[in-house]
Design a protein around this ligand. Structure first.
Ligand code: 9Z3
Length: 414
């Protein structure tokens, strides 16, 4: 269940009021979040680029704050979970950053300045139209008789449009792109940027679309060097006898739950033992960015739990909006879960859906049926002009913008 409509969370004051009247359980949760935050940032090392990124973000935010402009932090792409300090192997996830990069463009179109915190080498606003595609970028171009490189006729119109939008954003300094790679980079960067955004007050918007790992290897359990698949070096040099520096040998640990292939000895397996990443949304809401509007995404694969999980997240963190999406239908439908309204489904009408190889169109509508109470499909009538295929972000961003406007109005009235 979302928070009750009477306890609107669209203001710092109301959030505070709620925490004053909160139960002991909530107080305990607050303390736990604070401790987890302090513990995490003390025990983990800040990324090398943090200082430089902080300076860039500060200048960017101050410039736009001076104009009274709205600034959105869009997070985008997946986070890696390194298994070694000198990282050869890491755990990753599917996200290419389509949601984030596309949303950033629509935010720019809506007049926002965009701080784009993205996984390095994931999709970027504007260039996304020509990168990571199945068609090679060079296939859009040819060499003219005078030796100039020109766009092929069929692509020219769109390319000029995208190029103009990109240049306009750049010339007005409306887009700052900052890369991260690991879950640790992401958390340090997010904290600093959210704190820098505080002077924006309610004009700040956090739009957390990055696919953030829930698990990581804490530094005290991370080996320095590449994890070995054989103990050949150990046998020859004796190196690796130090427990912290190698995977434990066969005799060191009772081994009870991998009986499915007992013929593979313990020393040849790689067993990855991950800790949960502390839940930083709580800190974000209460401390880092208390007046800005916070939008998080909830990703699930099971349609039966999507809406419940999104509602649970909103109730737990008391922020402003959770956008729920299923892996299989994320390009065509999402659900807006807010404290004050019924769940609202944003859907791309069937005839405007782009074919997505990584989606299952037949699944559209299933999650809504699973959470029938409050089901209210929202197929917007006002479709964007231009291409026949419609990106769902062109529907999501105006809806978020409208909620942001009421957030600003509410905070300013107080
Ligand atoms: C999302 O749910 C995004 O919409 C996607 C976008 C990652 C699905 P693509 O990059 O995908 O366009 O292919 N992002 C948030 C996912 C997430 O990690 N959420 C956390 C959770 O579900 C909460 S912050 O627990």
């Amino acid at each position: 269940m979302p928070a009750s409509p009477t306890s609107s969370i669209f203001s710092k004051t109301s959030t505070r009021t709620m925490s004053i009247s909160s139960s002991r359980h909530d107080v305990h949760q607050d303390e736990t979040a604070e401790l987890a935050e302090r513990g995490y940032f003390n025990e983990n090392t800040a990324p090398a680029a943090l200082e430089r990124h902080t300076a860039l973000a500060r200048a960017f935010i101050n410039e736009h704050a001076a104009f009274g402009r709205r600034v959105v932090l869009v997070t985008s792409g997946g986070t890696t979970v390194p298994l070694e300090k000198q990282t050869v192997r890491f755990i990753d996830n599917f996200s290419a950053g389509t949601r984030g990069a596309t949303s950033a463009e629509y935010f720019l179109e809506a007049g926002y300045a965009v701080l784009f915190l993205h996984r390095q080498f994931s999709l970027l606003p504007y260039s996304r139209h020509y990168s990571h595609a199945t068609d090679c970028f060079l296939d859009f171009l040819h060499e003219a008789s005078d030796g100039n490189v020109v766009a092929n006729d069929q692509y020219r119109e769109k390319m000029v449009k995208v190029l103009r939008q990109y240049n306009s954003a750049k010339q007005q300094n409306l887009l700052l792109t900052l890369p991260f790679t690991t879950i640790n980079d992401y958390l340090f960067e997010l904290r600093v940027i959210a704190q820098l955004m505080r002077p924006l007050g309610p004009n700040g918007l956090l739009y957390l679309a990055a696919a953030v790992s829930d698990f990581f290897v804490p530094p005290e359990r991370m080996v320095e060097h590449k994890i070995q698949s054989t103990n050949a070096v150990e046998k020859q040099t004796g190196k690796g006898k130090d427990k912290s520096d190698h995977t434990p040998g066969q005799d060191e640990e009772a081994f009870d739950n991998f009986d499915s292939s007992p013929e593979v000895p313990r020393s040849k397996r790689l067993i990855v033992d991950l800790d949960p990443v502390p839940k930083f949304l709580k800190n974000l809401v209460d401390g880092w960015a208390p007046e800005g509007m916070i939008v998080s995404f909830k990703l699930e694969t099971d349609p039966e739990i999507l809406v419940h999980k999104a509602q649970y997240s909103l109730e737990r963190y008391q922020h402003h909006l959770v956008i729920g999406n299923l892996l299989s239908t994320r390009k065509w439908e999402v659900v807006f879960v807010t404290p004050q309204a019924k769940n609202e489904w944003v859907r791309v009408p069937r005839h405007r859906r782009k074919n997505a190889l990584d989606g299952i169109e037949d699944m559209v509508g299933i999650a809504a049926k699973s959470a029938e109470v409050g089901y209210k499909p929202l197929e917007m009538g006002d479709l964007a002009e231009g291409e026949p295929e419609l990106e769902i972000e062109s529907l999501i961003i105006p809806a978020v913008q409208a909620l942001h406007t009421s957030h600003i109005n509410k905070v300013e009235k107080i």
